[in-house]
Design a protein around this ligand. Structure first.
Ligand code: B4P
Length: 200
């Protein structure tokens, strides 16, 4: 199995790059953001609960996110691996993922951290807001999401770099150029079992 985490602040290109990675490497894309938004769209009781967090730029509680994730992973155990997009976002979620043995073994092989400057994040997300219809794509909530990323998700950088699994990618370039750097990191891992520290 090849399990990849794509990590980064809101607007760094996680969803954009995940779609390209799964196509090239034939993996299953699991975006916790998409799973949660689907639940919101269905207007279920749980969906309404989730909306209270997403609409305010806050993280959805771990127990809800883990349940959604486990359900999707279980249904896809026959796949050759996963791209986890937007998961984990807290140390607690990372530890839970490490202990998840749903499909026999599920080690995280490589964590791709996409680095983008804050002014560029804001520009991209405000650009997307024009037609995304997403309740969290407005300036006030975007800043809140960036703050939440810094306080709750950024500690994962040292968590995974201490495990020798983290590669930092400069995500300031156009989509195709960023993807070239990501494929270099993945191909290096597949060929040599080596995790590059950084691709600029
Ligand atoms: P997500 O759905 O993960 O949304 P996101 O962080 O905004 O990133 P996304 O992947 O959508 O955007 P991308 O950078 O690809 O999370 C939304 C919310 O769900 C969270 O705030 C949280 O409340 C909740 N949630 C999700 N997972 C959770 C978890 N594990 N635990 C708790 N809560 C959770 O793209 C942004 C824009 O940039 C697009 O318009 C794209 O076209 C553009 N873009 C991308 N790459 C570009 C490039 N290289 N150049 C120019 N533009 C680019």
């Amino acid at each position: 199995m090849l399990n990849i985490i794509i990590f980064g602040p809101p607007g760094s290109g996680k969803g954009t790059q995940s779609a390209k990675i799964v196509e090239k490497y034939h993996l299953k894309h699991i975006s916790t953001g998409d799973l949660l938004r689907d639940e919101m769209k269905r207007q279920t009781k749980l969906g309404k609960e989730i909306a209270k967090y997403i609409d305010n730029g806050m993280l959805v509680p771990d127990d809800i996110v883990i349940r959604e994730l486990q359900h999707t992973v279980k249904k896809n155990c026959d796949r050759s691996g996963f791209v986890f997009d937007g998961f984990p976002r807290t140390l607690n979620q990372a530890e839970m993922l490490d202990n998840m043995l749903i499909c026999n073994e599920m080690p995280v092989n490589i964590v791709i951290s996409v680095d983008v400057r804050e002014d560029e994040l804001l520009k991209r997300l405000l650009g997307r807001a024009e037609d995304s219809g997403r309740s969290d794509d407005n300036e006030e909530v975007i800043w809140k999401r960036i703050e939440v990323y810094k306080s709750q998700s950024l500690p994962l950088v040292s968590y995974y770099s201490n495990q020798g699994k983290l590669v930092r990618i400069n995500g300031m370039d156009p989509v195709e150029k960023v993807f070239e750097k990501i494929t270099l990191a993945i191909d290096t891992y597949l060929l040599n079992k080596e995790v590059l520290v950084e691709v600029n």
